[in-house]
Design a protein around this ligand. Sequence first.
Ligand code: UFG
Length: 334
Amino acid sequence: MSILVTGGAGYIGSHTVVELLQVGRDVIIVDNFSNSKPKVLDAIRQITGKNFKFYEIDYLDTEKLDKVFKENDIDAVINFAGFKAVGESTKKPLDYYTNNVAGALSLLNVMNKNNVKTFVFSSTATVYGNSTEIPYTEDLKTGDTTNPYATTKYFIEEILKDVYKADNSWNIAILRYFNPIGAHESGLIGEEPQGIPNNLMPYVARVAKGILKELSVFGNDYNTPDGTGVRDYIHVVDLAIGHIKALEKLEKEKHGVFIYNLGTGKGYSVLDMVKTFEEVSGKKVPYKIEPRRPGDIDMFYSDPTKAKEELGWEATHDFKQMCKDSWNYIDKNY
Ligand code: UFG
């Protein structure tokens, strides 16, 4: 019995495949390398000393996807195949709705046809939109989203709930990620954004390495302790382990829709990151204060209690370790 991982060569996907292989699961990766590189597959083999099946397929291609299900004995699917850049999604909404929503539908239809109904879905804290209640708990209202990327995730969550309502044999976990950073401790896999990074950590790491000149801090007049934006950063390996725990939960429960926040429950500011990164890297991270970035909110972090109680999952890497591992990856590979 195998776990199919779509987008398994990507940042969170590759870390999750490592954890799956390490707990002895058989893995099949489907990826089209739209935002990842083939060398990641070798890195996964190197870290784990284990092999897996790989198909270079766009998950929108239902015919090819169907063949993967026919050729293998698949009992669950974890879906990481999706576009994730907030800014880009406002410029290319059709690409985002097609790849994320139509892609998920393609996958769900093929799963349904092949009677595979156990599904772990990558969602995001941004489905809470402009919620003002902090920390975010899973029962907060969702859907007041502020960009097409977040809306695609919200739509897919709603689709999954309807699918379960119509057919109670589905077994679905929706995982709402907070801000994933860090890298595997080997430094062999990590985050590889295309072009100039939009997210804070990959930007800071490249400034420390001397690849980029200085960081722009988007706003220092927010209602936060030091005026800069506060987020709940989570180590990508903790996040990956969250998927294993969610899968185990589904295997135990047999059917249902289970929703969990995956975060640490702690918030750190932009300047906290600059300071901690300088400390762990021994490098300077020059920065300048710029105007607020449109669409940003001041502060949010998770309440991770539900995942702890129901999955027995808790983040174990602290903020310093996250910065250390991000630095290790950049320092080794650039
Ligand atoms: N920031 C800067 N300078 C930069 C980049 C970011 O000051 O160059 C600030 C932002 O203003 C924000 C914080 O750093 O206050 C974090 O920004 P990120 O872009 O790293 O992350 P976001 O919280 O905006 O969004 C990220 C992902 C989304 C995901 C969300 C989940 O981009 O895909 O986390 O919480 F949905």
